[in-house]
Every structure is written in C-alpha cells, then in structure tokens.
Design a protein around this ligand. Structure first.
Ligand code: XMP
Length: 322
C-alpha cells in the first residue's frame, strides 16, 4: 500500500541524490500538483529551486495575488510574471478552442522561457506532471480530443533535464503527500483548473471585459460552494472534483431588470464528481445552493441575465465546454 510518509521521505532522498548542487527551475500554476512538487523540491534542495508563476490574465478572480502569498508563506523562491497584456493581444479575435489553446501554450512557453533563461546555470526543469496527465496526453487512439498544454515544452537551447517527481501519482495521492508536507488546506483541496484558464470557459473570442464578467460570476459560485456545509458536516466544495462557470458569450437572451428589458449573456454552472477527470458525473447540487448562486450572479454581475446548470456527464460531454 502507498503511504504519503514513505513517498515524501524516499522522494526527498532521491531528489537530493539526483540533483546534488544543481539549480532547478519549476513552473508553478497555483494548482495542487505543481505546488506539492515545489514543496518537495524545496525540502530537498532549498534555494537551488527557482519557481516561475506566469499570470496569463485568465486565472480566477484575485487568484494570482492570493496564490503568490501562499507560496511566499511556504518559503518558496518564486518569480511572478504578469504577462496578461501579451496573452490578451495575441488572443484578440480568436474564437476556435484549439487555436486558443495553441496561442496560450505558445505564449506561455515563450514567457516562461524568457524568465528561465535568466537562470543561466540551471540544469533541470521540474514539472508537477501526474500519472493521468501523461495518459491523457499519450493519445492511445491517436486522436487529439483536447491538446492539454501542461505536458512538455522544454526550453530546448538550455538543454535542461526533466524532473517529474509526481509522475506516478494519482491526484488523491498528491493531496495526501500535501498533507504530509503540512501545506495549507487551501492549496491541497483546490479544484483542478485548466492551464488555459478562463479562456476555455468563454465561448468565442476573449476580451478583458468578458474575463472580468466571468471572474465575478465564478467567484460568487465558488465562494458560496466553499461556505456551504452539507448535512454530514463536509463542505460542498470538498465533495466536488471540479466546478466553474462558463460564459456563453455567443448566446443572448431576453430578460427584465426592474422595468428595463435586458438582452445579455447566460452563464452555465458546471460541477462534476470524478477521481481522475477521465470520466466524470454531473454533481447533484442542492437546490437551495443553486438558487442562492443564481440570484446573486444575476443581481450582482452586470452583463449576465440568466444562469443554467450543465447536467452532462463525461463521456460523452467533456468537463470543459471547449
Ligand atoms: P476535459 O474538458 O477534457 O477536461 O474533460 C479534463 C480535465 O483537464 C482539464 N483541462 C485542461 N488542463 N490544459 C490543461 O492544463 C488544457 O488545455 C485543458 N483542457 C481541459 C479540465 O479542467 C479537467 O480538469
């Protein structure tokens, strides 16, 4: 049986032996995988680890600042890069989901590499890749369903070696390792979030205004989910594998606000249960919770006049809409 204590102990020892006095670069995303990877490496090699956290401007509301604070509390050596201007500019007018991913993936590598190159004596690139990431990227069928961009992308001319200490782990094991490392629960229990962020949750082209609308709606949804305590005493948020809002910006519907007619966009709420994201079921959220979220979004978020709940499971739907 796999145990977090022996995993942490043996992995730290292996990393020490493998890396010696070498300098290592790690990309942080705010998610549990890269965070656990960083804390493991920090334990093994301390100041020889430099983390890079790129803000593409499509993270959740206030996420970049909050996560940066958490990282600093953990004693990690992190460089935060606000590159949102570049991403928004390059995404202008782009509507195709795979095209969006391609641009974000390319820009991400470019921004990341520009930072990485400043660490001239780096020998390794560490990544928080876990087992299911590699399975989904292997494309056993040969068909690309979605091109997840968090696998691969080494700055080639730096000749870095790849270090992936979590590559045999499943998500629940990564979380257990996080507890073993005494990381804050906020980081450990965080839902997975796609690399391209809210860009794949806005149908059609992306603008700062649409991102702002979606961030506000998403923040209402997620913070209510974190506050909602179920009958068994557990937070609703912790029962859900992943939740988020989707801005149906290519759709408009008529509504009424006071005595004014509105003609605005719907937001779709998504919440699924899963163990590895390969398959997922839509979550049976409590009606009182959905009612509160719907009211709050429609009343507080300008630009949204309707809220829908997505009741599709994977397969045949996917978790994200794009
Ligand atoms: P789908 O939508 O394929 O999502 O059912 C499965 C899991 O992967 C996440 N996801 C992504 N993660 N880059 C990522 O790093 C991507 O382009 C991407 N697309 C989807 C999704 O959030 C879910 O957890």
């Amino acid at each position: 049986e796999w145990s977090p204590a022996s995993f942490v102990e043996s992995t730290v020892a292996e990393l020490k032996a493998q890396l010696g006095d070498d300098r290592v670069i790690l990309g942080l995303s705010g998610g549990v995988d890269s965070s656990v990877c960083a804390v493991l490496l920090n334990k093994a090699i301390g100041k020889n680890l430099t983390c890079i956290f790129v803000d593409h401007g499509m993270l959740r509301k206030n996420e970049f600042t909050q996560v940066m604070k958490d990282y600093e509390c953990l004693g990690l050596n992190v460089i935060g890069v606000d590159a949102s201007e570049k991403f928004f500019k390059d995404l202008e007018g782009v509507t195709d989901p795979e095209q969006k991913r391609k641009i974000i993936g390319r820009d991400f590598v470019e921004v990341f590499n520009a930072e990485a190159k400043k660490i001239t004596d780096a020998k390794w690139l560490a990544q928080g890749t876990i087992y299911p990431d590699r399975i989904e990227s292997l494309n056993i069928t040969g068909k690309v369903i979605k091109s997840h961009h968090n696998v691969g992308g080494l700055p080639e001319e730096m000749h870095l070696q790849l270090c992936e200490p979590l590559k045999w782990l499943f998500k629940d094991e990564v979380r257990r390792a996080g507890y073993q490392l005494e990381m804050p629960e906020r980081l450990i229990k965080r839902h997975p979030f796609p690399g391209p962020g809210l860009a794949v949750r806005i149908l059609g082209d992306i603008t700062r205004e649409k991102v702002r609308i979606l961030q506000d709606a998403d923040d209402i949804y997620i913070s209510n989910m974190q506050k909602y305590i179920c009958e068994d005493g557990e937070r609703l948020y912790d029962k859900i594998w992943q939740a988020g809002t989707v801005l149906l910006s290519t759709v408009r519907s008529v509504g009424v606000m006071g005595d004014e007619r509105t003609y605005e966009h719907p937001v779709a709420l998504r919440a699924v249960t899963s163990t590895d994201a390969m398959t997922a079921d839509w979550a049976h959220l409590p009606y009182d919770f959905m009612a509160k979220v719907s009211n709050e979004i429609i009343n507080k978020v300008r630009g949204v006049n309707r809220v829908c709940y997505d009741i599709s499971s994977k397969p045949p739907a996917t978790i994200e809409w794009e």
